[in-house]
Structures are given as structure tokens and as C-alpha cells.
Design a protein around this ligand. Structure first.
Ligand code: PMP
Length: 370
């Protein structure tokens, strides 16, 4: 709820809050109870019990009374093998969210510009506002490409905000949440080449699409890549994310991070999960197959347009009122997500579930849309 300063009683402790914080709405995801949870782009597959048992076993030998490794050395070694970059090019945080916040703290902060092509992941704008940065939102656009409608960057508009005077920070979500697919690669590279500042390329959904900037960091030392264990690795509840970049950029992030930001439990779980490459590849192919099947099914539903996806979710444009469709799905036990942005007012986002869950979703959507 928006509160205006004039409405605050002079005795209320809220009077001490900053003006810019007063205007914000807290990030509070839905807690609706449901049978099938498709609202938060999580994995429907929990970590298998054999892997959990290996994690418990290691935890039993650890000291809970001591602080755990603040620089996540073992995990950075494992990540180095997984990503092919040096451990010194990796920084670990408590989820991709914390990485986004740390990048803003180190490279933006008060009065610096943060450029955000949107609709996109909401944390960039929220954290940049909290940091007192000058947030510049530039709309992404719908375009026809290969006979399909897609969402892409409007590079001309974005470049109008580029300045050579002060360093800036820009976020590019690649592939983009919530629209679901990659922006045109040439446009991304054109922006990176012309930018006077850090470009944070958010690859939270990398494992579902496969494109990355981690192998081009020597060409683009001002790019920092953001990744997470919350999606394909099924560790959303444990909060582990990481950044990959030039060693000198990575060193700056250690200056702004919270001292013991990644718990003992989270570090060990992430190390153990990275040993499970067969499980990982199997999960990856299950998702890719399910995505194809779900897309085919969605394309047969009247009054529903599905945008291309290189992620574990779909954004759909609906001819019927989307709030009605959301409510009807919820009544039937399926939780999806309505995004607040004006450009998305007739859209619904849902993630890919198990094949069984996807079939149930399709049958209810057919029923509701008919
Ligand atoms: N980036 C993007 C694009 C996301 O969609 C998300 C989570 N949905 C994150 C970062 C943050 O993920 P986490 O904090 O769970 O690692």
C-alpha cells in the first residue's frame, strides 16, 4: 500500500523512513495454497534423496558453531570446473538476488545511472532504487521475426541514455524473465560495445537455453555474468547464486558483500550437487522435452498466444481477461503469475512442471479458454 508522507501521524515511527523507501511496495510472492506451483520459475523436481543423504552426511562432520568460509573456496573450485573459468573470476552470493544487489552496491549506488530494458526481472529496479541510483527504464519492444512475434531490445532508445561522462550500470536479462527468450545477440553485443560502464548479463536461465557470455569475457572485461542454483539445480530454498567476471571486477564485490553471506549448508549442498552431472543432464533433457510438448499443446489453444521460450517458463498473451484465467486456474489448484507491468497486462506466466502437471495445466487452460 502506498503511504504519503503527509498521511503519517507525527508520532509514528514510519516518519523516519527515507522518502524513496516509503514509495516502494515490498516484494511479497503469493502464498496461495495450491496443488501445482508454477508461479516462481522453480524446478518441479526436488533434489533426489540419495543426493540429500550425501549432503546430510557431510554436514554431520561440520562445526555449526564456527563461521563458514566467507569466500566459498571449495564451491568456487567446483564452479570453476563446471563453468570453465578460473576460481578468481567467480564470486558466490546468497542467490542471484544478492549478486544483483552487490553489483549495484559496487558499481552504481547513489546518483549513478542504472539502465534497465523492461519488462524484466524486478529485482534490478527495486535494488537500484533502494541504493539511491538513478533508475532508467527503457521499454523492450514486440517485433515480428521468422513469422513469430518476439520481444527484443530497442537499441536506439537505450543508447540515448548512454553517457561518456559518468560510469553507468546496465542489466540485460539473457534470456529475459518474464518474456522468456534471448534478445537478439547482435543487439546485445552492440550495446556492450558502446557502453561506458558495467553490463550485468543475467544468465539465471542459462542451463535451459545454452547461450553465454562467460566464454567471451576476455573480449568484454566490463561484462559480469549472473547465475543461480535456484533453477535447474533445484536449490531455490538454499539461496546460492554466483557472478563470473574479470578478476578485478570480482575483487570489488568482496568489498560490499555481507561477511558470511552463504551458509555452511548452502555451500556444501551446492558443491555436492555439482558432482551430480548425470542427474543434471537428465533433468536438463527432461525440461527441454517437456518444454517442446507444452509449447505444442499451448499452440492448439484458441485465444492464447505463446511467446518463444529458452527458459523453464512460458509467457502467454490471452484474449480473455487474464485475471479471470488466473483465478480459474487457482480454483483448480494451479498457481501461475500475473505480472504488474503495463506491457504485460494481458499475459500470464507459468513455469514448466512435470509432464503430468503440464498435461493438467493444458486441460484446464483448454476448458477455461473455450
Ligand atoms: N535473475 C533472474 C532473471 C531471475 O528470474 C531470478 C529468480 N527468479 C533471479 C535472478 C534470482 O534468483 P535467486 O535469487 O533465486 O538465485
Amino acid at each position: 500500500m502506498l503511504i504519503f508522507r503527509e498521511e503519517i501521524a507525527i508520532t509514528s515511527p514510519i516518519r523516519f523512513v527515507r522518502d524513496d523507501i516509503l514509495k516502494l511496495t515490498p516484494y511479497m510472492p503469493s502464498k496461495e495454497s495450491c496443488d501445482i506451483k508454477l508461479d516462481a520459475n522453480e524446478s518441479p523436481y526436488d533434489v533426489p534423496i540419495e543426493i540429500k543423504e550425501r549432503i546430510w552426511k557431510r554436514l554431520q562432520d561440520e562445526h555449526f558453531n564456527y563461521y563458514y568460509d566467507p569466500s566459498c573456496d571449495e564451491l568456487r573450485e567446483s564452479l570453476s570446473r563446471y563453468t570453465g573459468v578460473k576460481p578468481d573470476q567467480i564470486f558466490v552470493g546468497s542467490g542471484g538476488d544478492e549478486i544483483i544487489n552487490d553489483i549495484i552496491m559496487a558499481f552504481a549506488g547513489p546518483d549513478r545511472d542504472v539502465i534497465i530494458p523492461a519488462p524484466t526481472f524486478s529485482s534490478y529496479e527495486i535494488f537500484a532504487t533502494v541504493a539511491g541510483s538513478n533508475v532508467i527504464i527503457t521499454p523492450i519492444v514486440r517485433e515480428q521475426k521468422y513469422g513469430k512475434e518476439i520481444w527484443d531490445l530497442n537499441t536506439q532508445q537505450i543508447k540515448k541514455h548512454f553517457t561518456k561522462d559518468e560510469p553507468q550500470l546496465m542489466f540485460l536479462c539473457y534470456p529475459n524473465n518474464p518474456t522468456g527468450d534471448y534478445f537478439d545477440e547482435e543487439k546485445v553485443i552492440d550495446l556492450i560495445n558502446n557502453f561506458n560502464g558495467i553490463v550485468a548479463v543475467d544468465e539465471a536461465y542459462f542451463e535451459f537455453g545454452g547461450k553465454t557470455f562467460t566464454d567471451r569475457l576476455s573480449d568484454y572485461p566490463h561484462v559480469i555474468v549472473i547465475r543461480t542454483f535456484s533453477k535447474i539445480f533445484s536449490l531455490a530454498g538454499l539461496r546460492v547464486g554466483y557472478a563470473i567476471g574479470h578478476e578485478d571486477i570480482i575483487k570489488q564485490l568482496y568489498k560490499v558483500k555481507l561477511p558470511y553471506n552463504v551458509s555452511l549448508f548452502s555451500q556444501i549442498a551446492a558443491v555436492e550437487i555439482l558432482k551430480e552431472m548425470d542427474w543434471f543432464k537428465n533433468t536438463q533433457s527432461k525440461f527441454i522435452k517437456a518444454r517442446e510438448q507444452l509449447k505444442k499443446g499451448l499452440e492448439t489453444i484458441n485465444g492464447l498466444k505463446v511467446y518463444p521460450s529458452s527458459t523453464n517458463f512460458f509467457l502467454c498473451e490471452l484474449e480473455k481477461c487474464r485475471d479471470m484465467v488466473y483465478e480459474e486456474l487457482l480454483k483448480r489448484g494451479i498457481l501461475t503469475r500475473c505480472l504488474g507491468d503495463d506491457a504485460l497486462k494481458n499475459t500470464l506466466r507459468f513455469c514448466i512442471g512435470t509432464p503430468e502437471q503440464n498435461e493438467i495445466l493444458l486441460s484446464y487452460l483448454r476448458e477455461i479458454m473455450s
